[in-house]
Design a protein around this ligand. Structure first.
Ligand code: TRP
Length: 344
């Protein structure tokens, strides 16, 4: 019970998840993460930082970063994150993230950081050119979570190891300095990883196998035309095998059940060809994301709206972050002339 606050928000639980500023969301981001974030905002107090400090641990272009960040904000709001229900903010605008990260760095075992799968993948063969930011990446991520005393963290399977570290750092801190942080639980997203247009690897912008949620209809049709289908179906009159077709899997994600069973039947009987099927899929995507394209256009026509959303998000985040850092400083015995607690 020593944890601060018994407010309604805290009793209903706190959710935090971060996303890198990669520009406009693609449909894989939406399906795998953001759609779930939208659902959570009614049930929990949600903090959704755009983690630009994480982004700079990998090569980046300063002039691009700002644009990628703005496009991410626009996408998130267009996708249904409601600034009246959740806190959307820029990580670097709340300096307590890096402040707490430093404190946690001193509790984090070097060996465990070096053994992180993502670290090993990203630095394979890097040698001298590997920067320490990549090593500390999961510590900063832990700080993001613990700063808000989040008890639930919706992430994909690939982040479980990082979450384990956050949990361990919470325990270590609590054991060493007194009960301060709840151990955050992973909320694993049930959606399977969505493959890209190539039908081979996870959808990602770097692979270029994606469709953006804000892509205009012509672009969606153009991109869908390049999608990989059943590799054995060479001619239009060959019967197709939906069970091995990535586009059919996409129908499963986005189309209604009538469409799914019709496509399955007509593909098997070669009543429709792959191209027709892909254009059907394109139409479904165009329709599904139409309201988001509209909302995004509206936001873009009024930059003040975006600024106001981020101001509100930052202020709400800052308030919690400042209080947690005050507790942390107190707990670990840092000098507190500036932030001393208000005495009665
Ligand atoms: N590492 C996460 C990713 O690449 C992003 C992230 C940063 C995050 N901080 C976080 C996710 C805190 C959950 C909680 O997807």
């Amino acid at each position: 019970m020593s944890r601060s606050g018994g407010s309604a928000a805290e009793r209903r639980g706190r959710v935090l998840s971060g996303i890198q500023p990669t520009g406009e969301l693609h449909i894989g981001n939406y399906l795998g993460a953001v759609r779930n974030w939208v659902r959570l905002q009614d049930e929990y107090e949600c903090f959704y930082p755009i983690v630009d400090y994480h982004a700079i641990a990998s090569p980046f272009e300063p002039r691009e970063l700002r644009k990628l960040t703005e496009d991410m904000v626009v996408s998130l709001v267009a996708a249904g994150l409601d600034p009246d229900k959740c806190h959307i903010f820029i990580q670097s605008e709340v300096p307590e993230h890096t402040e707490l990260a430093w404190v946690l760095t001193s509790l984090a075992p070097l060996g465990q950081l070096q053994r992180m799968t993502q670290f090993k993948d990203k630095t394979a063969g890097g040698g001298e050119s590997v920067n320490a930011g990549l090593l500390m990446y999961p510590v900063l991520q832990s700080a993001d979570i613990l700063l808000y005393k989040a008890d639930r963290v919706p992430v994909g399977e690939d982040q479980s190891q990082h979450l384990e570290l956050a949990r361990m750092l919470a325990r270590r801190f609590n054991n060493a300095f007194g009960e301060t942080f709840p151990e955050p639980q992973v909320l694993l997203t049930e959606t399977p990883r969505m493959l890209g247009l190539d039908g081979q690897s996870k959808m990602s912008k770097t692979k270029g196998n994606h469709i953006g949620i804000l892509d205009p209809p012509e672009k969606i049709r153009e991109r869908m035309a390049t999608a990989f289908t059943d590799p054995q179906r060479k001619r239009r009159e060959d019967p197709g095998r939906p069970e091995v077709c990535n586009v059919f899997t996409w129908h499963g994600y986005f189309s209604d059940s009538a469409t799914i069973s019709r496509v399955e039947r007509q593909c098997r009987s070669a009543e429709i060809g792959c191209y027709e099927d892909k254009m059907l899929m394109a139409d479904v995507l165009i329709e599904t994301f139409a309201p988001m394209r509209e909302r995004a256009a509206e936001l873009r026509s009024d930059p003040n709206q975006v600024a106001a959303i981020l101001d509100a998000g930052r202020e709400a985040a800052q308030e919690v972050a400042r209080e947690t850092m005050r507790e942390v400083r107190e707990a670990i015995g840092l000098w507190q002339t500036l932030n001393r607690p208000v005495t009665a």
